[in-house]
Design a protein around this ligand. Sequence first.
Ligand code: DSN
Length: 417
Amino acid sequence: MSRHNAPARDEQLQAILSRELNRQRHKLEMIASENFVSEAVLAAGASVFTNKYAEGYPDRRYYGGCEFADELENLTQGRARKLFGAEHANVQPHCGSSANMAAYFAVLKPGDAILGMDLAHGGHLTHGAPVSFAGRLFRCLSYGVRKDTEYIDYDQVAAIAEREKPRLIVAGASSYPRVVDFPRFRSIADRCGATLMVDMAHFAGLVATGLHPSPVPYAEIVTSTTHKTLRGPRGGLILCRRSHAKAIDDQVFPGIQGGPLMHIIAAKAVALGEALEPDFIDYQRQVLRNCQRLAAALADGGYRLVSGGTDTHLILIDLRPSGLTGHAAQTALDLAGITANKNAVPFEKERFSVASGLRLGTAALTTRGMVETDMDEVAEFIVEALRHTDDEGRLKRIRLRVEEFTQRFPLYPGLAG
Ligand code: DSN
């Protein structure tokens, strides 16, 4: 039989996979944009659809043999439309950035103005940072949060929109812990004649379960990733009104992508199916309860939270009062077995590579089965590590306690480590 049916074990790869699985199992995963997919999602992502080229869309492909790829893509689109109540779904974007790129290309010409959230205030690179394609191709303007409340400064959004008349306003963020006011963005966009796009990548799982207001009724275009709170494979998704469907589809393919990753679309189908199940609401409720509890415990531990708390799955700690940088905090937590990321806080002066904030999320820990009382223990580990960032011995002892703690929440018990 061909070696393709009996692959030799690749020892080098197995060793790397095993180390990564053990890292995920024995550390506390608190990067707000990460999660753990189900074994069914993992299996679909590793399916034979990885072999199939399917450029085009169902019934309009540039390759033969696409009859089951068509069935799969129709199924996935249908689940996305149903979950979010959208008129049209494109499930082909390889990631959030390519979803945003396709959305911009669908409604803008090079040089047009975009008004998006400042990276340092919580926005994403693609919302207009000079280093991203957005900043290079379009005239990017930014809004931020108010200095006093650290909530989005909607008056500033309105004033810039009125003055600059952007063609596109982008709402949504990567490190903003509060609910976004979509009706307000809609009315600002209407007053200046802009299209409204919402990037809901971070809170898509909360939107799917009604725990964050949905942007779908308000925005012409909604983009997302599928791997954050939505708990699917790494990938992107675009929802839009019927009026924008052709422009969006044309920009995803052939505008910026070639063949869709059909195995990842299969994994998206499974994840969207899971998100349509009633217990996904229980999961998202627990994500929010855990985040509230963690926020309260960190505040009790003396840490200042940007905006004073959270409405979502994420928390942003302002480390300036404690004299730590985000980089130092991230490094210490890593040694203590806690994975998180440094992040800019609004109005800060540090470089992004150092940063003054630490972003934490509860989506992945909740998937492991943790509840509020577990968050109290997690907060203790974090507070102790942040108080002893220069004491390597102490950080390593915390790590041993973290490892023991994680044994109570088995991850992928069916996978050999
Ligand atoms: N890089 C992602 C995050 O960590 O928030 C945004 O896409």
